[in-house]
Write a protein that binds this ligand. Structure first.
Ligand SMILES: *Cc1c(COP(=O)(O)O)cnc(C)c1O
Length: 373
């Protein structure tokens, strides 16, 4: 049904993949709201066999990730399906800085005696290499959220592993355009499609991609048994959204670099974390591992949490909202998020969207200055 897209440039693949090709078909994959199909074809029951709409999303993201993809109801559903592969008594290596949902999932399983969790600093490459030889699941998130530390995936994914160990990379912050963990040797790459793939803050979805046939089957089986299937409308919107990923990312990360450089000079800002800045602790690794430095900036303000909260409320263009990876810019104080109290109290995480960069800078500057009063 779909054209052979083995080698075109990724920006082209984004636009061309996952489309019907029969004469007379619509150019876009249709929204197929189906649980049930006539027996004898490729699909019989959607939770078991998928739908054409999910498959378009899987074809696009799998192609970008250099693997085969399984779409889920959310990023967390994809992540839970990977954790579900573990046998009781397993050891999970987890970053010291990672998405709070993943830390919560790992902690809940540890509490019930399903596995033990070992925390490793994102930039402790030797620690991760050692974990590859001892842990059953090596869970990396890079760049990390919200400190934006970049792990040396080239070194870690190539390290010798204990038999049966999975190396999983939550690559959501990088997008499949800036980082391809499977090409570096990871067992599975995760995208919360809620973020950059959807790109418009209007859906929840997740995608896990792998090059291993057995793991692919196991992830599909987990989706079937746990029922964490993507919504049809969400899959359709994710396909619609991902078509412009290359353009959105290029624009937003160019603006992010400009804003990060200006924030460094701002009198009310004490520290800026952006992997593109030479001052960033893992800038050298970022240059090697990532094709682009991304659209998130974390920065600390001079003053207290109340001042940082006021800065978020003072913005007129940037939305005071969580999440990231959308066309609209958002900003929040991360230590205010449950489970994130260990972060610097004035750390703001800014997700740079595709608005005009000078408008964004004026908005940020006035918001911070007004808060400092
Ligand atoms: C948002 C996010 C998730 C969870 O994705 P959902 O789609 O919200 O379930 C996982 N990992 C990272 C890095 C995220 O940013």
């Amino acid at each position: 049904m779909h054209k052979d897209l083995s080698h075109p440039a990724r920006a082209t693949r984004l636009v061309s993949a996952g489309r019907p090709t029969e004469p007379g078909s619509a150019l876009n994959v249709p929204l197929v709201p189906a649980s049930n199909f006539i027996i004898g074809g490729k699909h019989e029951y959607a939770r078991d066999d998928g739908t054409p709409t999910w498959e378009a999303l899987e074809e696009i993201v799998g192609g970008l990730e250099s693997g085969q993809a399984v779409a889920f109801a959310s990023g967390m559903a994809a992540i839970a399906a990977v954790f579900d592969q573990l046998h009781t008594g397993s050891v999970v290596a987890l970053p010291d800085d990672c998405y709070q949902g993943v830390a919560g999932l790992a902690a809940a399983g540890a509490e019930r005696g399903r596995w033990r969790v070992q925390r490793i600093a994102v930039d402790d490459t030797a620690g991760w290499i050692a974990a590859c030889a001892t842990a059953d699941l090596v869970w990396l998130e890079s760049p990390s959220n919200p400190l934006l530390t970049v792990a040396d995936l080239q070194a870690i994914c190539a390290a010798p592993r204990k038999a049966g160990t999975f190396v999983a990379v939550d690559s959501t912050l990088a997008t499949p355009l800036n980082q391809r963990p499977l090409e570096m040797g990871a067992s599975v790459s995760i995208q919360s499609a809620t973020k950059f793939i959807g790109g418009h803050s209007d859906l929840l979805a997740g995608v896990a991609s792998t090059q291993h046939e057995t793991l692919l089957k196991a992830l599909r089986h987990a989706r079937e048994l746990m029922g964490a299937t993507p919504g049809t409308l969400e899959a359709f919107l994710a396909v619609r959204g991902v078509r412009t990923l290359a353009l959105r990312l290029e624009r937003a990360q160019q603006s992010a670099m400009t804003l990060a450089e200006r924030l460094v000079q701002h009198p009310q800002v004490t520290r800026v974390r952006y992997p593109g800045l030479p001052s960033h602790p893992t800038h050298a690794v970022a240059r090697r591992v990532l094709a682009g430095f991304g659209t998130l900036i974390s920065f600390d303000l001079r003053g207290d949490a109340a001042l940082a909260d006021r800065s978020c409320r003072n913005t007129r263009i940037i939305h005071h909202a969580t999440s990231f990876g959308a066309v609209e810019s958002t900003m929040e104080r991360r230590a205010a998020v449950p489970g994130q109290g260990h972060l610097p109290p004035t750390l703001l995480r800014l997700s740079v969207g595709i608005e005009d960069v000078e408008d964004l800078w004026r908005d940020l500057d006035q918001a911070i200055r007004a808060a400092a009063g």
